[in-house]
Write a new protein. Sequence first.
Length: 351
Amino acid sequence: MTDLPVADGVLDTLDMFEVTAGLPEQVAAAVGAAHGLDGLPEREYVENVVVLGMGGSGLAGDVMVAVAGPFVPVPITVVKSYDLPDFVGRGSLVFAVSFSGNTEETVEAAGEAANAGASLVAVTGGGELGRLAEEWGAPVVPVPTATIPQPRAALGSMAIPPLVVLEEIGLFPGAAQWVALAVDQLKYRRDRLVQPGSTAEEVARRIGRTIPLVHGAQAVGSAATLRWKAQVNENAKSPAFAAVYPELCHNEIAGWGQHGDVTRQVITLVNLRHDTEHPQVVRRFAFVSDVLREVVADIIEVRAQGEGDLAQLLDLVLVGDFVSLHLAAQEGIDPGPVPVLEELKHRLHEA
């Protein structure tokens, strides 16, 4: 691990800067944690794949869709709710992902999946999900919650194991190679992001006290924009919005016809770019930037680096994570604790 001069003197009670900088090592360790599980289904019996999860855990499903979706020969569905699709049954491979193991939506949906006869794999730090998985005889990939202070800081530990499991079953050959390339890129990017004056620090400075509107393209961009939005929300305790090409060209851009005098004071557009954008999407980025240039405070482009969709997606994730931490630091905000989320859980359990 490298030293973190950027974190000197910053309010950070849960060491979020340090944990974020450990993403490359976390991704590498997650591969070993997912190898050699007993009780996995045979490839020919898997008719569909379902990923259950909320928040940072749910992003594991978005990563799978973006990275494995183009290669896996069966449908992949991400469920971020209590309700399980009716098609889930004996031909389903269901990943239940929960950092704590007590995410009520995920636990409830996982119970439905088990009752439906699905093959279940739990990726969790324990809790109720871990207990139920043991009861069901389902394989469990442990998440190292003792060394990770918040679910959003455990993306590598939660998103990588399902990819490894798919490879072991035979549904996603080559996953380990893509993960290795991602680790190489994350180390390269991390070593630059932890230095003063980094790209992330500059992006945060340009965003300042405005609200970021994050645009990305297709599945890789969708997962990256969701991550950026959520990290600004949770780390910087600030509003943020996200939209994805090409869909945003069919609705959102029509909404910029009014209120430019307001939006140019409060909105900064952040374009997340990657190498596998459709040629027409490249043209759409250019057009939308032209349309918005006079009605937003600034337009910032962040371009992914690395070989392969996983490397580029996680590269964008790491930049965004550090941007959100710098946004918090600029305002003297502690990025770790999220008291409003704890209050919500408390009220739900009181009901």
